[in-house]
Design a binder for this molecule. Structure first.
Ligand SMILES: [Zn+2]
Ligand SMILES: [Zn+2]
Length: 325
């Protein structure tokens, strides 16, 4: 009997073991309209703790996610003094991965910091220096960090990521490796997230190598190629700030559908011909237009879907939506 029970327990624990990642969009846009800009949560589905991928918008994204039941698998205790938004924000986000210091990637983190708990902020040295010197300096905002100017409130701990070096993300099951990218001559970052030999990649703002006169994207593709070949890469999160009407001079370190196709040709060189078919690609950082006649999101969607030369599977999540890979 005891053996039977333990067998049943063993089987049921296998069944309940959730493989893969959950991603919740906190902010889907690349600026203009505050309230839904550049921020995502990611977790190993087998663990309730998230890491934020950029933090342009935080609390409005959690609110929207709660309304859309994207947090239904997260336990919120009955006896907490915090609202559901407050509890998820304070207790379930364990740290922030910041791709670069531009305002649309940090504004939510800054504005909600007065209600936040002790957390790590991870980034390449250039990103951490921007936060240290230009943000948490008592001039733009009080110094909530553990380094830099004036009295240190010690709520956030800066964690400088060395390029190409894997690091555990405290409080979660995830590990990260950072790779530098070129974003209009400014350094941005690709984060490769790993759990159990499965991967998700998140690109911060980035321009085409040819326009940027950089090899940042190609170098990142050398890393992704073998992972795609071995079917270990579950999704690519990459920006398309503009539709194809934007000429190269107007890109200012961003991608468009045409350039995504061009760059994926380079990626395919490293992953193998035909290997991108069916690959999950999440489009981020769409810059909305305020012109009546322009719907950038719709244009980008059509341009990518109508000319999907590699047969990838595109996603265009909006605020609060959950994706599982
Ligand atoms: Zn941006
Ligand atoms: Zn930027």
């Amino acid at each position: 009997m005891k053996k039977l029970l333990s067998t049943i327990f063993f089987i049921s624990s296998l069944v309940s073991y959730a493989e893969g990642f959950q991603i919740i969009t906190l902010g889907s846009d690349g600026g203009v309209m505050d309230g839904s800009i550049s921020g995502y949560l990611i977790r190993d589905k087998n663990d309730e703790n998230f890491i934020a991928l950029d933090a342009g918008t935080v609390l409005p994204g959690i609110k929207s996610g709660l309304e859309k039941e994207s947090f239904k698998n997260i336990t919120i205790p009955q006896d907490t003094e915090w609202s559901d938004i407050g509890y998820i924000f304070r207790e379930k986000i364990k740290g922030y991965l910041i791709s670069h210091g531009h305002l649309d990637h940090i504004s939510g983190l800054v504005i909600s910091s007065t209600e936040d708990t002790a957390k790590d902020i991870y980034g390449l040295n250039s990103t951490i220096e921007t936060l240290k010197n230009n943000v948490f300096n008592w001039k733009l905002w009080p110094n909530f960090s553990n380094e830099g100017e004036g009295f240190k409130l010690n709520q956030y701990k800066y964690q400088v990521l060395e390029p190409n070096k894997i690091k555990d993300l405290n409080g979660t099951n995830l590990k990260v490796t950072a790779f530098p990218l070129s974003h209009s001559n400014y350094e941005s970052t690709m984060f490769l997230l790993e759990n159990n030999d499965e991967y998700i990649v998140y690109y911060g703002d980035v321009g085409p190598d040819k326009v940027e006169k950089s090899n940042g994207l190609e170098e990142s593709f050398k890393v992704l190629g073998p992972l795609i070949k071995d079917k270990k890469l579950k999704a690519i999160m990459i920006e398309s700030s503009f539709d194809n009407s934007k000429d190269d001079k107007g890109l200012f370190g961003h991608l468009s559908p045409r350039w995504i196709n061009e760059e994926f040709k380079v990626l395919e060189k490293y992953s193998g011909k035909g290997t991108l078919k069916g690959l999950n690609v999440v489009i981020t950082h769409i810059k909305p237009s305020l012109k009546k006649s322009e719907n950038t999101r719709e244009n980008i969607r059509k341009e990518l879907l109508n000319n999907n030369i590699h047969g990838v599977k595109y996603y265009f999540p909006t605020q609060g939506e959950s994706l599982e890979f």
